[in-house]
Design a protein around this ligand. Sequence first.
Ligand SMILES: [Zn+2]
Length: 507
Amino acid sequence: MRKRLIVSAASALSLFLAVPASASDFQPGAAGAGDAYYPTYGNGGYRVSHYDIRLKYQPATDELEGTTTILATATQDLSRFNLDFALNVSEVRVNGRPATFATSGEQELEITPARPLAKGSQATVVVRYKGVPSAVKRYGFTAWLRTPDGAVAAGEPESAWWWFPSNDHPSDKATFDVSVLVPDGNQVISNGVLTGTSSQAGWTRYSWRENKPQATYLATLAVGKFDVTADTTPSGLPVYNAYSKDLGDNADAARASVERTGELVDWLSGYFGAYPFSSVGGYVPNVPTGFALEAQTRVFYSPRQFARGANTSVVVHELAHQWYGDSVSLSRWSDIWLNEGFARYAQFLWSEHENEGTAQELADYVYASHPADDAFWTVKPGDPGPDNQFATAVYDRGAVAIQALRNAVGDETFFRILKGWPTERRYGNATIPEFQAYAEKVSGKKLGDLFQTWLFTAAKPVTGPVAPGVAAVAPAPGADRGDAQPPVEPKSWKKIQETNSLHEAGH
Ligand SMILES: [Zn+2]
């Protein structure tokens, strides 16, 4: 508290000295991006176009030292602005001049530049820091996962705080350069393309570049000892996969799944349009967690995803996110269905392709296997609340909603929507109402009732996602349609369910 008071005084003083005439117009940027689910995540008053993250990491001690340079543009007259970060900061400069800084809340870094930033002006923000990320808990957890030979940063919605300062909200996407110095014999995995490595005096630097806009939670970092496979897809896209050398019994199943990345991304392109990024791949570090995460161009998989053999379904899910979530990103976390409903639906399409149950059979099965009084139906996939953001209903009911849409508009129109949306919105952000408007435009149909029924009602819809030509059977009063006939479990169902620990970031 005392520190903050000092900073406020310094801030007021610098304002007075720098721009006395218009000082009152310069205000602090908001401490959050305005997200109803996570009010303090992200910040207001500026937009980031690029992160340059330069780190030195010692796996033996988990010591991380870094300098992150942020290119930003002020969107208001700014006297002060926040970044989201959790490690100890030693110095901040804005446009070359030392800036005053302080911390507040769980992850707010408040920066007062020596000269306030006029709306529309560009700012280069340099933050120097160090810490032991695994020892830093925020909201009771750390998204920094230690492994026997290194560490991994992966988590949703928050993982950036433990390795780089950012405007941590998917509504502000930027390009990334990530360059990490590690002791010789270790490797560094991150997003995009490996642009170079160099060694000197016992340390090796790995430099990665993601040249397309990327949400902060989709930036990933892994340090450890990996077996790497580098190849190109049949369509010519570079593929880079990495597997910890100590995956034990899961190693072969992991490879039998993730090595199919190139094939599967080309298959998905048939449904979603051209792949939006310059590289693709996945990595499987030796972490004790169970989740997977659609890190941009470089999917994070926990080894547990492969504990019962190869699982192409999870690979399809995470690769589907490269279109639905990574290229077209959320404007607000409440619209998580735009990511998870479609990634789960891609698993349905893969099941159909593999002759393990059609999307319609899977949708019917989900509908029938949850009785009306099941808590499953109390979660609204279109607005599940922060505690249920990654609830099964967001995925399963979310995918049934997409099958209902397919049946309402017909296959030809549906597949035009499925491909047209990520093409039209490539590299941008979107909301569910915008998706609904797009689907209505393409189909020429009013879809408000369908969206209300499947996404925004906390109850089991009276009729299922009925296939064309199949009459909807109205349930007898007081009866539940799902009880009338025991649903037949599609062959793919167990594999799809095995992926249900997706995105639970361990907290
Ligand atoms: Zn997902």
